[in-house]
Design a protein around this ligand. Structure first.
Ligand code: ADP
Ligand code: MG
Length: 348
């Protein structure tokens, strides 16, 4: 066993897959989650259940681990900051604070001369009324959104009252892009300023939830290079350590835009578990624990299908799989509509 114990904040499927990758590297994992049923407790070495603002438990957690990382971005900044005084938190808490806030995130990207969709800050209903040229658009909460939660598609100004928008929250309004494709880039940056970057992954969403990912992405060489170049610029500017995902839009004229940055491992990168010699999860653990960097190599083309809600049932009932198919059950107790329950990766 190596001497390293990695603390992971958050106990969802990403925490599970990080734990599995850590085990392979002989790194011990302790998961801290505010969810008693957190599925990652089935995969880690030790599980702590407490609120993210519970100072005593946070302190107890920090004492047990050597390094701390997180598997979802909505951990309170205060928690990350407090922990960082006790043990190194990677990626840095300041990165998370920036990316937790959609407006700050988009401003940051534009400052690098990287394109995003057009957007404006919305603080109340009146801000929306003169904004016809941003419609059709999507209103998104500036904080705590995921899987399309906290988002309102708006076609016209007349529609606003019927949408029951909670104006106690802050939003951005984004002009809708006529999407041709969505892609993502996963990149892992190491403490010696070196990085490993995966090829672009092509993603399909349904109801704003990721449904399907595949490599290779069917895009031209120019878009492959530009998306990688932008991902490297963003990782460098953030002085990021660990695995990072950049989501992109491609419009019908082959213009590229950054949609958002996820300061963590990402659903679209699940296929790297089977399609590469080193997965996004293993790379994250290697980077934050300062382990050896291994050059990544693709083993196979692949596609990944998310199993959402009831779609998990036939797979749990021992559906027969071929040798090139890999089924992952996140072991979530309750099946809920729109809940990511597992995934299937098929090597091609
Ligand atoms: P989340 O944080 O929930 O992932 P996103 O901003 O990534 O939110 O939006 C989820 C999905 O909704 C995107 O992947 C895309 O399919 C669609 N979407 C969001 N914003 C736009 C936009 N401005 N134009 C077109 N499609 C969009
Ligand atoms: Mg997204």
């Amino acid at each position: 066993m190596s001497e390293i114990t990695l603390g992971i904040l958050g106990g969802g499927q990403l925490g599970s897959m990080l734990s599995v990758a850590a085990k392979k590297l002989k790194v011990k994992t302790i998961i801290y989650s505010d969810d008693k049923e957190a599925p990652a407790q089935n995969f880690c070495d030790e599980f702590l259940h407490a609120k993210y603002n519970d100072k005593n438990r946070i302190y107890e957690f920090a004492k047990k681990v050597n390094i701390i990382t997180y598997e979802f971005e909505n951990i309170p900044f205060e928690t990350l900051n407090e922990l960082n005084k006790l043990k190194a938190v990677l990626p840095k808490p300041s990165v998370n604070r920036l990316i937790q806030h959609r407006l700050a995130e988009k401003d940051f990207i534009n400052k690098l001369n990287i394109s995003t969709t057009r957007y404006v800050h919305i603080k109340n209903k009146e801000d929306l009324l003169p904004l016809d040229d941003f419609l059709p658009g999507i209103l998104k909460t500036t904080t705590l959104g995921y899987d399309g939660k906290g988002q309102y598609p708006i076609n016209n100004i007349q529609e606003i009252d019927s949408l029951n928008i909670d104006f106690n929250k802050d939003y951005i309004l984004e002009k809708l892009i006529k999407l041709k494709k969505e892609i993502s880039i996963i990149i892992t940056r190491f403490s010696n300023n070196k990085y490993e970057i995966y090829e672009p992954i092509e993603n399909t969403h349904e109801n704003q939830i990721l449904r399907h990912s595949k490599i290779p992405a069917e895009i031209n060489e120019k878009l492959i290079n530009k998306s990688k170049e932008w991902a490297i610029m963003i990782a460098e500017e953030l002085k990021y350590i660990g695995t990072l995902c950049i989501e992109f839009f491609i419009d019908r004229n082959d213009n590229l835009y950054v949609n958002e940055i996820a300061p963590r491992v990402h659903n679209s990168g699940h296929l790297t578990i089977n399609a590469y010699n080193v997965s996004q999860f293993e790379n994250h653990v290697r980077a934050v624990c300062s382990l050896e960097q291994v050059e990544i190599k693709k083993i196979s083309n692949a596609e990944m299908i998310n199993l959402i809600g009831n779609q998990i049932i036939p797979y749990r009932e021992n559906l027969k799989l071929n040798d090139n198919q890999f089924f992952f059950d996140y072991l979530k107790k309750e099946i809920k509509k729109n809940r990511k329950m597992g995934h299937l990766t098929i090597l091609k």
